[in-house]
Design a protein around this ligand. Structure first.
Ligand SMILES: [Zn+2]
Length: 368
């Protein structure tokens, strides 16, 4: 029932409307027009003002034609860099960019699959529940748009996030929490040749701390990494300042607390040992989520996949998505594979077959 040509054309049009993070406005306006035309009431929230974007999150609602529970579908409108002037083309059934930009199938494939599915349901008079849509801004780099959503405006108890890079059939039911760990180490400068004993080396404090730290794979659920270290200057000066940027993740919120505190303690202990100072900030970017593999929302997706002849499977993600924010906000959510392969790279691509299957899967979810 899905109109493949129309879907592909819609997708190609979407990726050619630039929407880098903070500049989602033009694309949002395009989507608002399309959704209004097919019967949605559309509004924007005030997240754009708070987040310095030229639009807020797009919220759209379509009344149901069947007495069923409302469903929420979510995608993000912003794209990573380089994503300006995308020129898509189709080669052997695969949609690609010209190699100088990303493709932006992350997440415009999700948006396109969803809109085509809803159009199809409406045109074919398929009874559907009330449909709620949230298209977020500023997802890339911190899920900020979703964090600013007012969840009380939704009636839905279930949310399907269409934003996983797996092929249709993939159901992400677990995602990690993440902490940003930023450190400023203060030592004391001194001439390295004349009076090094008067100095306190911030680099030596950092080295001591990091050498004592549990990093990389901590356990099956937990990881940690020092991503960047900056500091020092001329070789004849004992370095007084070092900045360190690190992260930790875990599928278990308590384990993440423990890992981040461990990292903090290593820096503080080393600073104390050398007589310097370590200022450590731990920022929880988002909490972990876990949906039971036999939850009703998972069964809904399994049934939808089986109805169109694709193999459903559950998995966990190593990264954050708006799914984390929905679950934390009290709306049970899973992240579904839509076939956007190699996102955030110049080799990003999507098979036409996967785009169509993503849309067919959404249509089955709508049918219920
Ligand atoms: Zn994405």
């Amino acid at each position: 029932m899905i109109n493949q040509d129309r879907l592909v054309q819609f997708f190609m049009d979407c990726v050619q409307i630039d929407s880098p993070t903070h500049h989602e406005g033009q694309f949002a306006k395009h989507l608002a027009g399309v959704l209004s035309e097919i019967g949605f009431s559309v509004r924007f929230d005030d997240a754009g003002e708070k987040l310095d974007s030229d639009t807020g999150n797009l919220i759209a609602k379509l009344p149901g034609t069947a007495a069923k529970n409302p469903l929420l579908f979510s995608c993000h409108m912003d794209t990573v860099s380089p994503g300006i002037g995308i020129k898509p083309h189709i080669e052997d059934g695969v949609i690609k960019s010209d190699g100088t930009t990303i493709l932006a199938s992350d997440d415009k494939a999700g948006i396109s699959a969803l809109i085509e599915a809803v159009k199809t349901a409406i045109e074919n008079n398929i009874p559907h529940p009330p449909i709620e849509i949230a298209f977020s801004i500023f997802e890339e780099g911190g899920l900020h748009g979703a964090k600013n959503l007012d969840f009380s405006q939704f009636q839905s108890k279930k949310a399907f996030v269409l934003d996983s890079s797996g092929r249709p059939g993939q159901i992400v039911i677990q995602g990690p929490a993440q902490d940003k760990v930023n450190v400023t180490i203060k030592g004391r400068p001194a001439h390295a040749g004349v009076s090094p004993e008067n100095g306190i080396s911030a680099i030596m404090i950092a080295a001591e701390a990091i050498s004592k730290m549990k990093l990389l794979r901590i356990d099956s659920e937990t990881t940690a990494n020092i991503g960047r270290i900056e500091g020092g200057g001329a070789t004849n000066i004992v370095p007084a300042d070092v900045s360190i940027f690190a992260e930790a993740r875990s599928l278990n919120n308590e384990k993440l607390n423990a890992q981040s505190e461990h990292m903090k303690a290593c820096f503080e202990d080393a600073a104390k040992q050398f007589g310097g100072e370590a200022h450590v900030t731990i920022e929880r970017m988002y909490n972990a989520f876990s949906v039971a593999s036999d939850a009703a929302i998972v069964k809904d997706v399994v049934r939808a996949c089986e109805a169109i002849g694709i193999e459903p499977f559950t998995t966990q993600s190593g990264g954050g998505s708006d799914t984390n924010i929905y679950n934390a906000g009290g709306i049970e959510a899973v992240n579904l594979g839509i076939g956007a392969q190699k996102p955030h790279t110049l080799e990003e691509h999507i098979r036409v077959e996967d785009l169509v299957n993503a849309s067919r899967m959404v249509l089955e979810l709508i049918k219920g």
